[in-house]
Design a protein around this ligand. Sequence first.
Ligand SMILES: *Cc1c(COP(=O)(O)O)cnc(C)c1O
Length: 369
Amino acid sequence: MDRDAILLTPGPLTTTLRTKLAMLRDWGSWDADFNAMTAAMRRQLLGIVGALDSHVVVPLQGSGTFAVEAAVGTLVPRNGHVLVLDNGAYCKRMGRVATLMGRRTTVLARAEHEPVSAEELDAALRADPSITHVGFIHCETGTGVLNPLAQVSEVCARHGKGLIIDAMSSFAALPIDARDITFDALVAASGKCLEGVPGMGFVFIRKAVLAGCEGQSQSLAMDLFDQHAYMERTGQWRFTPPTHVVAALAEALAQFLEAGGQPARLARYTANCRTLIDGMAQLGFKPFLHPQWQAPIIVTFHAPQHPAYDFTAFYAEVKRRGFILYPGKLTKVETFRVGCIGAIGPNDMQQAVNAISEAMQALGLAPSH
Ligand SMILES: *Cc1c(COP(=O)(O)O)cnc(C)c1O
């Protein structure tokens, strides 16, 4: 293969050549050109969720989890109480983040094959008034399930609780509008549906909430109040910025807007997802989720029933044909995942299905139906 394999993973993703080329420059972190790029990027990010009036956006160095950790630490007072709605691995991660930071944490667990429940949340908030914040994962990337953002937001607003949304794998692909959906913080990252490269997270924080967050974080590097204050004062990042990541994201954002923004991205990912599920069905593969709960972001498939099936060998055969799969994240059932996101279209997805078909033949795995 003389080209990079296509990444069918939930980040890092396959990026365009234009995005990759944007990284072939060195930028000074104090330089006005770089600061202008950061400022433009922040305005564009706010525009994507209709939050220019209501929220600020604070970028942070690191992977997406760093930004989740920073959001929880900055927004939740040390004597606060976080309720995390849990239907998968990323929900559990947020619960662990809050626990490790010493915030009182309650995890409301639900089965992994269905969405979390706004009704259960409503009951939990009635039962325990000490809860101050709700942690919510919009698309649970561990399975690909879409959780009910509007309903959860409505319940939180009605109870006067702060909502912290991990929209890492949904932001810029699924519709989210801060004028319709009330939230205190929403977290996403450079290397997901914006199709930038990994290395930077960002957190939208409601302006009225940010004002009360000074000194709440127990971390120096992950204090979003300080990061924001410094950026507003100087136009610069507080500590060394991921300059090449920001440059790549600026270029990825330009392409995102040129292509038609969030609706266009959702349409492409939906076409990818449909091509994938239809093609895999012909090979005998069944999705783990009921179609009703499936977000067009990442699909979990049951592994072939064949006794000779082994994910490592399967992965290697598919990789030889130019596609990188993702292991499953479920403990009870054998699965693997295929991402629908990144700078790829339905044709690439059809080729991925073909590669999987050839890999199955090469491994002597009969179709699993
Ligand atoms: C990708 C992702 C994250 C962040 O994971 P990192 O490995 O830290 O980038 C967090 N939450 C969700 C739902 C994700 O999809």
